[in-house]
Design a protein around this ligand. Structure first.
Ligand code: AMP
Ligand code: GLY
Length: 428
């Protein structure tokens, strides 16, 4: 069997790691890969954005399954191009990926599907947007409709902040095309939760819930990042809540997507807010989350390949199930100094040789590259260290201790990943 994973981050390393466990004798390929993925896969010199090139290569190489990690190639139609060539691909078509790539589309689907979410209005005119903000007041959320690499949502504590955000999007065009339309949304209060659902278009297999840590600083302070850590499972969530997420949010959304002739197959990621009134959807993503994947997949005891393959071949998820190992996973992200603002690349990374031999510790590479036998930093988020343990406290200890042993100039990481869960555990 031949499997291609598209993407180069920690999420893709984790996907490769899991698929390799599920099928140790398969041949793996990755575009473009990073300093860690070479252990499992051949690196292809194809850009993840090269939709035509990847589809041609996968067809010619006789690939049995393509798994697409990032949202951009999905929105650009990589899965459509693969399907045209009858290459099985796990991921949504471009039309279905609009559930992430266009917030205007996504909010419209949520409204039609009747799923609980924030009230909203859409604007292209800065004056009208400003009047709307003044009539509602703060806190309020301003979002660029298009893909903005995770930076398109601005939570505004004051009216002035919201007016500035609208100005940046609609007058100064700081977000390019992505900000030509803005969604102005009600602010929702609560804890956030990430739920991954493997979708065959009709039905879902739910994965164990996780929580991301978006702020750069400990205690969730400082600017937003691509994610500084994650943990799973989340004890706030019981069977009843997962049932509600499935019945009130995921299934109605899949029904509405089918009604629009854009059936969503692949990984539907529900970014939820657990409000006083129950779970409400903040956003949908059309792919696995990063760094949640690096915490969730190590807990998956059953095969990921099997449901992915079934779905990619147009089959049903109904008779398949997922099994989870007991215990918890905590993932700490090591980032370059300065991140999420400007940072330098090319710093040499020192990883102790025995680190990866520990059973309860996994190292996933993100922004790393191997050059002349050395491992160097090559991005803002550099590595993710996942600790496994019988409970969150032990997993967090292992993760933080593992991160501490890895060294590169300017290295930064949060030593408090999982703190909400630990506070909950302490409170009971
Ligand atoms: P998004 O790009 O839609 O995922 O938003 C990014 C982050 O902004 C979310 O993870 C939340 O932390 C925050 N956010 C977005 N929309 C809202 C909302 N309506 N109320 C509160 N926080 C929000
Ligand atoms: N963890 C947030 C994301 O992947 O979008």
């Amino acid at each position: 069997m031949k499997i291609l994973v598209v993407g180069s981050g920690g999420r893709e390393h984790a996907l490769l790691w899991k698929l390799h466990r599920d099928a140790p004798s398969a041949d793996f390929f990755v575009t473009r890969g990073n300093g860690g993925t070479g252990a499992f896969a051949d690196h292809l010199p194809l850009d993840p954005g090269d939709v035509g090139g990847i589809a041609r290569w996968a067809d010619g190489a006789g690939i049995d399954l393509v798994v697409v990690g990032p949202e951009a190639p999905l929105a650009d139609g990589l899965v459509d191009a693969l399907r045209q060539r009858r290459v099985p691909a796990f991921g949504p078509t471009a039309e279905a990926a609009a559930i992430e790539a266009s917030k205007v589309f996504s909010k419209d689907v949520m409204r039609q599907a009747g799923v609980p979410t924030a009230e909203y209005a859409v604007f292209t005119d800065a004056g009208a947007a400003a009047a709307h903000i003044r009539s509602l007041g703060a806190p309020i959320v301003v979002k660029a409709s298009g893909l903005a690499a995770g930076k398109g949502a601005i939570v505004c504590d004051t009216e002035e902040d919201a007016l500035r955000a609208v100005d940046a999007m609609l007058r100064r065009h700081d977000f390019g095309d992505a900000g030509q339309e803005v969604v102005i949304e009600e602010f929702m209060r609560g804890e956030e939760l990430s739920v991954f659902a493997l979708s065959d278009g009709r039905d879902v297999l739910l994965m164990t819930p996780s929580q991301d840590h978006k702020r750069v600083g400990e205690g969730d302070t400082g600017p937003n990042t691509g994610g500084m850590g994650a943990y799973a499972p989340v004890s706030l969530v019981d069977g009843d809540l997962m049932h509600r997420v499935r019945e009130e949010i995921l299934l109605p959304t899949l029904d509405e997507m089918r009604r629009r002739k854009r059936p969503f197959t692949g990984l539907l990621y529900a970014g939820l807010m657990l409000t006083e009134d129950g779970p409400r959807i903040v956003e949908f993503n059309c792919r696995f989350g990063d760094p949640e994947t690096q915490a969730v997949l190590p807990l998956l005891a059953s095969s990921l390949l099997e449901p992915m393959m079934a779905i990619a071949r147009g089959g049903s998820a109904r008779d398949l199930g997922l099994e989870w190992r007991p215990g918890a996973a905590v993932t700490t992200v090591l980032a370059s100094g300065g991140y999420p603002a400007a940072y330098e690349k090319g710093r040499e990374i020192h990883v102790p040789h025995d680190l990866e031999r520990e059973d309860d510790l996994l190292l996933f590479h993100a922004g790393t590259v191997r050059r002349d036998g050395r491992l160097l930093t090559d991005g803002g988020r550099v590595l993710a260290v996942t600790g496994l343990g019988p409970d969150t406290a032990e997993a967090a200890r292992r993760s933080a201790a593992g991160a501490e042993r890895i060294d590169f100039e300017g290295r930064q990481f949060r030593r408090d990943i999982g703190w909400r869960e630990l506070e909950r555990a302490g409170a009971t």
